[in-house]
Design a protein around this ligand. Sequence first.
Ligand code: SAM
Length: 290
Amino acid sequence: MAVRQQRGKGLTVAGGSAIDLEKIEVDCLLEAVYHRYGFDFREYAPASLRRRVNRRVKLEGLPSISALQDHLLRDPDVMNRLLLDLSINVTAMFRDPTFHLAFREKVVPLLRTYPFTRIWVAGCSTGEEVYSLAILLEEESLYDRSRIYATDINEEVLERARLGVFPLSKMQEYTRNYIGSGGRRSFSDYYVSAYDGAAFDRSLIRNVVFAQHNLAADRSFNEFHAIVCRNVMIYFERSLQQRVFGLFDDSLARLGTLSLGHKESLRTSPHAGKYKELDTAERLYRKLKK
Ligand SMILES: C[S@@+](CC[C@H](N)C(=O)[O-])C[C@H]1O[C@@H](n2cnc3c(N)ncnc32)[C@H](O)[C@@H]1O
């Protein structure tokens, strides 16, 4: 078959369509990552993946994505750096105060009906979301009969979550979020300042289990009364989103609640029929059928 080189991009098969060489390189890299390290990014949204992979190529001072593949196969430190790039860890305390207010008003009364509740925070990043939930449950006198399972694909962010020290410079913003979420005390009661960090009260994580869990590859590990997975699936392709909804459905007790991010929705999932919307804008769902 005759092929000709296309300027810049790739090769064109005569009479056929352009071959996107960069896509082939990214696909090969993701296969290599999966086979060598078990992290499965093969069904993540491609545009953002490409951007992040190319950024890592530049930062490592390498000539191509294939060269990055070669390096990371042999050097786990390169993999760790790429993992941090790919697993976008942006987060905040009481992120989206209106969501936290809705959780307080609509989910907490349901949780009160159980003698003990298990809550899964999936994709918890550096822990800001977990400390926020712990504060909320403490203020609602529910914390002592709750256990929070906080998971993420990335062990490095979990390590930071266990420490619970967040930038002092963020405390004004987090205080505003806390007030907007219906917070009942003074936000500064929960941390002490040390240099440029705010160290959160260790007792807030007395009922938290932090563990690595990969939503793309690992199974359900318990039955929960509430699952919170916000701003994680937005980075997944539709096929992976559907699998993760299946995993959550397997992991949620009947009458349990599922909380998603503002840009995520259960609506297109085959499981949607089993759920009722508790709060449409805040993406809060309740499972009605097993
Ligand atoms: C943008 S942060 C969201 C953090 C928090 N949920 C929030 O809303 O502020 C996305 C998190 O999802 C995690 N993540 C990405 N892919 C994952 C996967 N396959 N399994 C588990 N966690 C994953 C990332 O490591 C990252 O910490």
